[in-house]
Design a protein around this ligand. Structure first.
Ligand SMILES: [Zn+2]
Length: 472
C-alpha cells in the first residue's frame, strides 16, 4: 500500500477561523480524499499553532489565561473543520504535551548547531518573524501594514547560514511547487543566509528551551516541528500546503532544521495564493472576516466546498463571494449535475434500465482527471468532470429516451452517473454519498470500470436547490 502524508499550515489561534483558513483545509481535504479513493494509506495532519507573543497578548485582552484562551480558540477551528467535512487524521495542537517534549528533544539533538548570542533587529509581531529592511514596503510589513518593532534580546541562534549551498541544490529539484515560486526564494538564499534566532526572553508563553529555561523556543521553530511530531510514523511528508506568506519558513528554515537533525526532507511544499472576499483582502483589522461556518450554514457545505475548489489552485490569489457560490451552485451543481440525475432517475423509474456496454463512458477523460488530481490541480480535475457531465446532458437531449423509452440509453446514463459521483466524492462528499446510496454502488475508484448492477431505480430527491441570488 502506498502511503500519502499531507499537511496544512497549523493556524495561529489569535483570531477566529475565517474563509481564508478554510480555503487551504478544503483543498487539502479534497487531495487527501482523492488519495484515499485511490487506495493509498493517507495521513492528513492539521491543527493549531498556539504559542507566541501575539497569543499571550490576545489572551490578556480577553482576560483569560493563555491556556484557557488557546483551548477556547482551538476548539473553534476544530469545529469549523468538522462542519466543513474536513476529514483529517489528526488535529495537532502545539500545546500538546507530546509535541512540547518533541520540540525539546529536537533541540537537544541539534544542540551542536545552536549557540548563544544577542539579536538586535526588527520583529513583526503579526508574522511572529524576525524581519529585515528588505522585507518591508515603505518601512512596513507588507502583510500586516505595520512597522515592525525594534528588539534587542539575548537569544540562541541556529546555524542556518551553514545550509546555504545544500538549500540551493534543493531548489534545483521539484521541492518547491508551483515551480514559478522557485526563483524568488532561490535569489534570496543566494544573497546569503543569516543564522536564525530561535529563542525569545521577553515573554514566557512558549516551549521552555532545554537547559536555559529563561528562554522559550521561537514560535515558528516550535510550530514547524508539528509536521514531525504529528507524523505518526508517516514521515517524510509528501506535501506541505502553505500560504505565500509562509514560504520562507517552509522553503528555507524547515529543510535546514531537518538536514541539521538528519531527517529526510518532505517531497514537496506547495505555496498557494491568498483568498480574497469580494475582491478585498480578508483580515481582522479590515473587519471583513467571513466565517466559513456562516457561509456553509447559509449555502450548504458542499456548495461552499465546490465554489472554493473551483478556484484555480496554482499559486495565484483567488476570490470568493456569495455571488460566486450561488452561481456555481445554480449553474453547475443544480442545473448540470442535479438535473442529469433527476431526469435520468425519473425516466428509469418509469421505463426501467437494461444492462449494456457503456459507450458514453469512453468520453470520460479519466487519465487526465487522475493526473490533475495527482498534481494538485483540483480545479482542472473539476473542469474535466463537468465537461463529461455536459456530454451526458447532451446525450440525453439527443437520444430523447422520454420518447424512445430506450432502456439501454438509460443504463448508460446511470452507469456514467456512477463514474461522475466517484470522481466528485473528494470534492462534495455529502452529496456524492447520497447519490451512491441511491444508485447502490460503493465509492471506490475501480468501481468506475465495473458495470453498474442495477435493475430498477426510484426517482432521486432534489440534490441541489437553486439559491435565489436576490435574497443572498
Ligand atoms: Zn507581518
Amino acid at each position: 500500500m502506498k502511503k500519502f502524508y499531507i499537511t496544512t499550515a497549523i493556524d495561529y489561534v489569535n483570531a477566529e477561523p475565517h474563509i481564508g483558513h478554510a480555503y487551504q483545509k478544503i483543498v487539502a481535504d479534497a487531495i487527501s480524499r482523492w488519495h484515499s479513493l485511490k487506495g493509498d494509506k493517507v495521513w492528513f495532519l492539521t491543527g493549531t499553532d498556539e504559542h507566541g507573543q501575539k497569543i499571550a497578548k490576545s489572551a490578556k485582552q480577553a482576560n483569560l489565561s493563555e491556556k484557557a484562551f488557546v483551548d477556547k480558540m482551538s476548539k473553534k477551528f476544530k469545529q469549523a473543520w468538522d462542519f466543513l467535512e474536513i476529514r483529517y487524521s489528526k488535529f495537532i495542537r502545539t500545546t500538546d504535551r507530546e509535541h512540547i517534549r518533541f520540540v525539546q528533544d529536537f533541540i537537544k539533538k541539534i544542540r551542536k548547531e545552536i549557540y548563544k548570542g544577542t539579536y538586535e533587529g526588527l520583529y513583526c509581531e503579526g508574522c511572529e518573524a524576525f524581519v529585515t529592511e528588505k522585507d518591508l514596503v515603505n518601512g512596513e510589513c507588507p502583510y500586516h501594514r505595520k512597522k515592525p518593532e525594534k528588539i534587542k534580546e539575548e537569544c540562541y541562534f541556529f546555524k542556518l547560514s551553514k545550509y546555504q549551498s545544500q538549500l540551493l541544490k534543493l531548489y534545483e529539484t521539484d521541492f518547491i511547487l508551483p515551480k514559478e515560486k522557485r526563483n524568488e526564494i532561490k535569489n534570496r538564499v543566494k544573497e546569503g543566509l543569516k543564522d536564525l534566532c530561535i529563542t525569545r526572553t521577553n515573554f514566557s508563553w512558549g516551549v521552555p528551551f532545554p537547559g536555559d529555561e529563561g528562554h522559550i523556543v521561537y514560535v515558528w521553530f516550535d510550530a514547524l516541528l508539528n509536521y514531525l511530531s504529528g507524523a505518526n510514523g508517516n514521515w517524510p511528508a509528501d506535501i506541505h500546503l502553505l500560504g505565500k506568506d509562509n514560504a520562507w519558513f517552509h522553503a528555507v528554515i524547515w529543510p535546514a532544521m531537518l538536514l541539521s537533525a538528519g531527517y529526510e526532507l518532505p517531497k514537496h511544499i506547495f505555496i498557494h495564493g491568498f483568498l480574497s472576499y469580494q475582491g478585498q483582502k480578508i483580515s481582522k483589522s479590515l473587519g471583513n472576516c467571513i466565517y466559513p461556518l456562516e457561509l456553509a450554514k447559509r449555502y450548504g457545505v458542499d456548495s461552499v466546498r465546490f465554489a472554493i475548489l473551483r478556484i484555480p489552485f496554482n499559486g495565484d490569489d483567488g476570490d470568493i463571494s456569495p455571488e460566486v457560490i450561488i452561481e456555481r451552485n445554480n449553474n453547475e451543481l443544480a442545473n448540470k449535475l442535479g438535473n442529469l440525475i433527476s431526469r435520468t432517475t425519473t425516466l428509469i423509474e418509469k421505463y426501467g434500465l437494461e444492462k449494456t456496454p457503456n459507450i458514453l463512458l469512453k468520453k470520460l477523460p479519466l487519465k487526465q482527471i487522475q493526473s490533475h488530481l495527482d498534481n494538485y490541480e483540483t480545479d482542472k480535475a473539476l473542469e474535466k468532470i463537468f465537461i463529461f457531465i455536459d456530454i451526458c446532458n447532451e446525450f440525453i437531449q439527443s437520444k430523447k429516451p422520454w420518447e424512445t423509452r430506450d432502456t439501454k440509453v438509460l443504463y448508460q446514463l446511470a452507469d456514467s452517473i456512477k463514474a461522475i459521483t466517484i470522481l466528485l466524492s473528494p470534492f462534495i462528499p455529502e452529496t456524492t454519498e447520497k447519490i451512491a446510496k441511491h444508485f447502490q454502488f460503493p465509492i471506490k475508484l475501480d468501481e468506475i470500470n465495473k458495470p453498474l448492477k442495477l435493475t430498477k431505480l426510484k426517482k432521486s430527491e432534489i440534490l441541489f436547490k437553486k439559491i435565489d441570488g436576490t435574497k443572498a
